[in-house]
Design a protein around this ligand. Sequence first.
Ligand code: ADP
Length: 425
Amino acid sequence: MKTRTIRWVIVLATISLTGIIIIQILWFNKAFQFKEKQIDQTIYISLKTVAEKMLMYNNNPAILIDPVTQVSSNYYTVMINDIIHAETLELYLKSEFQYRGLFLDFEYGIYDCTNKKMVYGNYIESDKASFRLKPDVPSPTVLPALTRDNYYFGIYFPNRSEYMLGQMDMWIFTSLVLLVVVIFFAYTIWVLLRQKRLSEIQRDFINNMTHEFKTPISTISISSEVLMKPDIIKNPERLLNYATIIHNENKRLKKQVEKILQMATVEKENLKLQKEALDIHELIRKVVRNMEATLKDVQGEITLFLDKNPVIINADNLHLTNILYNLLDNAIKYSKENPKIEIHTQNQKNGVLLTVKDCGIGISKEDKKLVFDKFYRVPKGDVHDVKGFGLGLNYVKVMTETHKGNIKVESELGKGSSFLLYLPK
Ligand code: ADP
């Protein structure tokens, strides 16, 4: 898919999803407020009816005007202006709430205006079909007594918020479904962008590889054409020169093919290591010896700071050698001039810490997170003066982890890098 099309798909889908989320929030809010109002009203009517019934019970002909006061979202007081008989009140409250289907726990307390305190009360539990007294709750309950010069009772609904949410179950369900849709959408976008990035990386890799192979192949081709000319025999100096070119280009090609083969190894499932007891110090010395010619070319040097005790680990000789080659190769490639490299080893309790340190160009903080990714090369604008496929460090990381070790890099731009490789014994 084209980048522009992908961008449009993402923008439009994000706009429509945001719209749907906003509408859902607005409707949820409205439904919540509506439910809240409905419950408040049911409570109000129930309590007013209970107050009227209480007066009737006392044969009091008075008419109550606005006896119910909502003190807070879940606390009400009901002014009776007459003696309140506790058992009757509890009975009326239960039957009224049952009649209106308001199965909600409640606590009530009767206020004694002569002593200015709550004198009686109970906690009544509801099981969605009936009410019963909750055991072990002291009577009177701890309802606040509001100093009012008359008889009233207070009623408190401790679980009102939970009850409200219970009433909103359909809305909560649809909101959860929407959340799943949003998560799924975000995941799809992530996969799409990753896929796109991968295909770009792959395309760059193929371009890079074609370029890397083309140059030595054409150099070899031209040089061999020269060598085929009969009069070259008369000029041994030229002959040697072209033969050397062919040899060097061939070495370059071999190195590149090896890099690509390393990638194939990394991708192999169920990779089997040929483990054996290896003397790390011996292996390091061997690799450094083999790199002497390359080092001479660039006038570099490698200094060894090896642990005084020998380090023997159980590892795959070939892969461990390749790991070291890759790290040293990079240390040389990414040093501007005369690479100065240090290799340190340190015996640890259950393993060995091997550090390859250079004084090269260094790696920025952002790139440090990415250099171990397959095909990743630190962007250098259009020109890449140092050749590579971005495969070496990925191979190093995968192989280290296959050995149950780990690798990390410490680096600062312009100040060099240290690759710290830990391998278990
Ligand atoms: P490449 O083939 O590009 O060298 P690598 O996987 O070995 O691939 O390295 C990935 C990138 O990490 C390199 O392109 C380079 O930008 C950066 N890098 C690796 N080693 C070093 C180093 N020692 N110093 C600075 N940059 C490094």
